[in-house]
Ligand binder design. Structure first.
Ligand code: G3H
Length: 523
């Protein structure tokens, strides 16, 4: 797909609505103004977003529960081809809203035009890949298996009412990486949209409304802290798909009256290290560390959040890194060639400043004092800190922003200890060439994180690969293939391989009376 940069980045004023039980509502809730930080005085109102009460959220939950109908609803029992058709219809309608959604991504969260388009197109690709993968799954499930005198047909079946909560940094893509697999597998969903990146749902609501039967998808917004806990306490939510912090995920999970009944699919925070060995190619390492630490201003769970560099090359590496970072272009997301854009959270610059001050007070050096850490509106120019001590907040907390901490090492055991003792276990980047050192480090890291990136930054994609984490970084795995499994459970029909068993199975197949016990496939 190729699109031009819009010549005029303005957007119409959007008044967000909610979708409950197949109906779009524009009243019955409080509306809050949405400000864009991509504005010189930080006060530009770009629309309003609903803040629903618990009562309205529970209407959405009830509507999903009605469509689920204890597993007997039309959607959970539909043939896969019907669900695929609905998702396909949605996808075709969604694509017509591409430009507005991308403009909203720029205005709401400061994503560059290129990244905004990438987020949209990657989401469409994810939907297409999910449709293909679910067809494969359906074909596999249409076969019978024979073992130990038992014949069986095994299919994946939905789990129930699913609450999807995506993150502000990928408000479209990451929410859809749980929403689409949950829907296509036959679950009914309530989406609670993220803290930033709210208005971009509005242009998609009609498409959801037209493509899915009432109650299958419900989309609301509100103050999560006030309404999500009580909604979970109702015991009416079967699956939690949450992308955010482990602190919030834990609060939500324990609010369930029977936590063991709640299936959780969680993608949480991380503190991915870059480890630059003495023989690393400095140009590659520095370029990848800049991309890894600062793409979308460092607001990615996969961002490189701590750089360890061997003492022998630390000075040269740091100099190169600073040079590359200082050449980054800061500006508004629609400006061509821009890298650093305003942060969507108005409180973030203060937090990042505090991290820098704390690190410097503990002995770190701000390597780019002319621009590093300077704030203009909500633009925060990346700060490079060297000689960061391990007791500094920036070595411990997930900064989720443009602060790049570097620590020299002499002995790899210090780096290993950091990784082993970290509460997180998402990914790591390893820069070097020597097969002995690389092989040893790969082995040491492989039981600490879930992806070791060789001479490259950490990243989630391509989405066919497993995206997960150890410790506080994730629960469950999200890839096109895995997500279909995360939002479903296997059920099998089994019969003895004897004349009676064969006859009953054959009769049901010939009479075509079951949607489960069937050899029909989606073509
Ligand atoms: O914020 C976490 C995202 O899953 C990262 O995805 O590596 O493709 O930017 P990405």
């Amino acid at each position: 797909m190729s699109y031009n940069l819009p010549s005029f980045p303005e957007i119409p004023l959007i008044n967000g609505r909610v979708l409950i039980n197949g109906t779009l509502r524009d009243s019955g809730f409080e509306s809050q103004p949405v400000h864009s930080t991509c504005d010189k005085d930080q006060a530009k109102i770009i629309g309003t977003t609903p803040h629903v009460s618990l009562v309205v959220l529970m209407e959405a939950v009830e509507s999903a529960a009605k469509s689920w109908n204890k597993g007997l609803g039309d959607w959970p029992t539909a043939r896969m081809e019907d669900r695929v058709r609905a998702v396909q219809t949605f996808r075709d309608k969604m694509i017509t809203q591409r430009e507005l959604v991308c403009r909203l991504l720029m205005w709401e969260i400061g994503k560059t035009w290129a990244d905004a388009q990438n987020e949209f197109d990657r989401t469409i690709q994810y939907i297409d890949d999910t449709i293909n993968e679910v067809k494969n799954l359906d074909r596999e499930s249409s076969r019978f298996q024979f073992s130990g005198g038992v014949m069986a047909q095994i299919r994946r079946t939905p789990l129930g009412v699913t609450l999807c909560m995506g993150p502000f940094n990928y408000p479209l893509n990451e929410t859809f990486t749980t929403l689409i697999p949950a829907l296509i597998m036959g679950n009914s969903v309530v989406v609670k949209i993220a803290r930033f990146g709210q208005l971009l749902w509005e242009p998609l609501l009609e498409a959801f409304c037209e493509a899915f039967p009432p109650g299958v998808v419900n989309i609301v917004n509100g103050k999560g802290r006030e309404i999500i806990g009580p909604a979970i306490q109702s015991g009416k939510i079967d699956v939690l798909a949450f992308i955010g912090t482990s602190r919030v995920a834990n609060q939500i999970k324990i609010a369930h009256p029977q936590p063991s009944r709640l299936r959780s699919v969680l993608s949480l925070e991380a503190k991915n290290p870059a480890i630059v060995l003495a023989d690393a190619n400095l140009e590659i390492a520095a370029s990848e560390c800049v991309r890894g630490a600062l793409s979308f201003n460092g607001q990615r769970c996969t961002a490189l959040k701590m750089i360890f560099v061997h003492k022998k090359i630390a000075a040269e590496f740091t100099k190169l890194l600073v040079k590359k970072i200082d050449s980054l272009v800061a500006g508004m997301p629609w400006e061509p060639g821009v890298n650093i854009t305003p942060l969507p959270d108005p409180e973030k610059p203060k937090y990042l400043k505090a991290l820098i001050d704390d690190a410097v007070a503990k002995g770190a050096v701000l390597e780019n004092p002319e621009r590093g850490g300077k704030v203009k509106g909500n633009l925060f120019f990346p700060a490079v800190l060297s000689k960061v001590t391990l007791d500094s907040r920036v070595a411990i907390e997930e900064q989720f922003g443009p602060v790049v901490p570097i620590r020299e090492f002499d002995d790899l055991r210090e780096v290993e200890d950091y990784v082993i003792n970290s509460p997180y276990g998402n990914q790591a980047s390893l820069f070097g060439e020597n097969p002995q050192d690389m092989g040893t480090m790969i082995d040491h890291l492989s039981n600490q994180v879930c992806r070791i990136n060789i001479n490259s930054q950490c990243q989630r994609g391509p989405d066919v690969y497993p995206f997960t984490g150890r410790k506080n970084s994730a629960e469950g795995t999200l890839s096109v293939y895995d997500a279909l499994r995360a939002f479903s459970i296997r059920c099998m029909v089994a019969a003895k391989q004897d004349p009676n068993g064969r006859k009953v199975i054959q009769d049901v197949l010939h009479a075509d009376t079951s949607r489960f016990l069937s050899t029909n496939v989606v073509l």
